[in-house]
Design a protein around this ligand. Structure first.
Ligand code: XMP
Length: 321
């Protein structure tokens, strides 16, 4: 791997920020750059660095893939509006659901998302704006896991031998690629991002599609979105690194109103971790688990069973797909 990590202990936030702002400005020169903001810590930090470097020559987009959490597009645009950064929402739901149709293999799903994101959506946006650069929040762990062959993170291109200029028609700038999540948070704080953003739990680029085992459809995303909302409401004060709901592919036999109900199952995961490389399940109080099961089975249509993952990473991974 040809990228060197900047470890948290060696990080000088001010120096890092100045250097990255300078690098972005000199790469883009007097042109424009397009920015992919997902609202996660990494892409939010990249947005602020690029905003400092380019001002209104930065065009930030939030891609509404249809795979995001409840109210997420609106919330993120409003956060950045308060920070003085205009963000446009691009409705690309049809493009993503079409790309995912009929796909069940995890890596194929990631590949379909990569194609829809870089080629279909950003290919068009970059071309229309006449920009030559796309900025994105790839971090060191994303690269490491992809290079190790554990999981192809959707945002890894060059390390997989993909030349974005040749394939998609633009160059990619990744200002936080040398940092792991805790270091990115430090930069976010130093850049003046609110704690609600720089301390957000991680969320995968492929969004809720990384939490649907099997085919990703609008209906199945709606199910996992509702379960996610409940899990986040219940666990946001747990202090855990990450917490999530997963929709399983198989149905199981349940009982509702005294009758057989062959329904859906949701798996809840809640993780203790520093940087997502290794992780252990949080020892949640049993009452909390019971509450999650009760709420999910009563509030999410069709769900009859809720399980809690008690396996560490490794052998598990944080997401299921
Ligand atoms: P895993 O599931 O590999 O996740 O243990 C490690 C960390 O990365 C996030 N994750 C992703 N992030 N694209 C991303 O940008 C992806 O394809 C992806 N898959 C997992 C995950 O949420 C965790 O924080």
């Amino acid at each position: 791997m040809n990228i060197r990590e900047i470890e948290l202990k060696d990080l000088n936030a001010e120096k890092f920020i100045n250097e990255k702002v300078k690098n972005i400005a000199s790469a883009v020169e007097s042109g424009l750059a397009v920015n992919a903001l997902s609202g996660g810590v990494d892409s939010s930090v990249v947005t602020m660095l690029a905003h400092r470097a380019l001002g209104n020559r930065l065009k930030s987009y939030f891609v509404d893939s249809g795979l995001m959490r409840h109210e997420e597009p609106r919330q993120i645009v409003s956060w950045f509006k308060d920070l003085g950064v205009p963000v446009a929402i691009v409705n690309a739901q049809d493009e993503f659901f079409t790309a995912l149709k009929g796909r069940t293999d995890p890596e194929e799903k990631r590949e379909a998302i990569t194609h829809a994101f870089y080629k279909v959506v950003f290919g068009k946006l970059v071309k229309e704006s006449k920009a030559r650069f796309l900025l994105q929040g790839t971090n060191y762990t994303d690269v490491e896991e992809t290079v190790a062959g554990i999981k192809r993170q959707h945002n890894i291109l060059e390390q997989l031998g993909i030349d974005p200029e040749e394939r998609y028609g633009y160059r990619v700038l990744e200002p936080v690629i040398e940092l792991r999540k805790p270091a990115v948070r430090v930069i976010g704080r130093a850049l003046g991002l609110p704690a609600a953003i720089y301390s957000r739990p991680p969320f995968p680029g492929p969004a809720l599609s990384a939490r649907v085992i099997g085919e990703v459809t609008r209906e199945r995303i709606a199910t996992v979105r509702q379960a996610t909302r409940i899990v986040e409401e219940e666990l946001s004060t747990s202090g855990a690194f990450q917490y999530l709901a997963i929709l399983h592919e198989d149905r199981v036999t349940g009982i509702r109103n005294g009758r057989r109900d062959f329904g859906l199952q949701i798996e809840v995961r809640c993780w203790e971790s520093e940087d997502a490389v290794i992780a252990t399940p949080t020892r949640l109080p049993f009452e909390k688990l019971e509450c999650l099961a009760a709420r999910i089975t009563s509030e999410v249509p069709d769900v009859v069973s809720v399980t809690y993952n008690i396996t560490a990473k490794p052998t598990s991974t944080i997401e299921a797909v």
